[in-house]
Write a protein of this length. Structure first.
Length: 187
């Protein structure tokens, strides 16, 4: 038999829900590392259903905002370098969403379910960008060369790739003897 504890301020449940609401609205939220762990036997089933709704809505809101910002950045990109930079920054922004969906303080069942949902959304975003390029290529008068350049940029900077490699600086982390050699060619 489970015994449920109730707190005057809502305890870990309220801490998480407050964090999710603030995080979804891109407001100042608690550091995710300080969030308490939630165990499956801590709450009755209805409470977990409500919590899953809060978590799902927060992730959805952040992904929609992320998608709007990426679309604006890609439309404003004057060249492929700028488009690639926008995609790389967008990929880095997805890491925060992935981190919340797979937070170690969540029960394994929620972590698995929401991590799979987020990864599915990211794959859909990548496919949607490529479909938009296909549709643009099918229109008369489109610059096929530009479309192919953008397609390559989108594939070279795929949203489905993890951005951990972007933050790694091989020059700073490698031992002096292991650093790749730089070669300068002068005219």
């Amino acid at each position: 038999m489970n015994t449920y504890s109730y707190w005057g301020h809502g305890g870990p449940y309220e801490t998480w829900v407050d964090f999710l609401h603030r995080w979804a609205a891109a407001e100042q939220a608690a550091d995710p590392a300080t969030l308490p762990s939630l165990s499956e036997d801590a709450f009755p089933g209805e409470t977990w259903e409500r919590f899953a709704l809060h978590l799902g809505e927060a992730l959805d809101k952040r992904l929609k905002s992320w998608d709007r910002h990426l679309a604006q950045a890609l439309l404003a990109a004057p060249d492929e370098f700028s488009a690639g930079r926008a995609l790389a920054q967008a990929r880095a922004g997805l890491e925060e969403v992935r981190a919340v969906a797979g937070h170690s303080g969540l029960p394994e069942t929620l972590r698995t379910r929401f991590t799979e949902l987020v990864e599915s959304q990211i794959t859909d975003f990548q496919s949607q960008i490529e479909r938009n390029l296909d549709n643009l290529a099918a229109t008369n008068g489109s610059d096929i060369r530009w479309i192919e350049q953008r397609r390559r940029t989108v594939r070279d900077n795929a949203l489905t790739e993890r951005s951990t490699a972007l933050t790694a600086d091989p020059w700073a982390q490698a031992h002096v003897g292991d650093r790749p050699r730089r070669r300068v060619v002068t005219d």
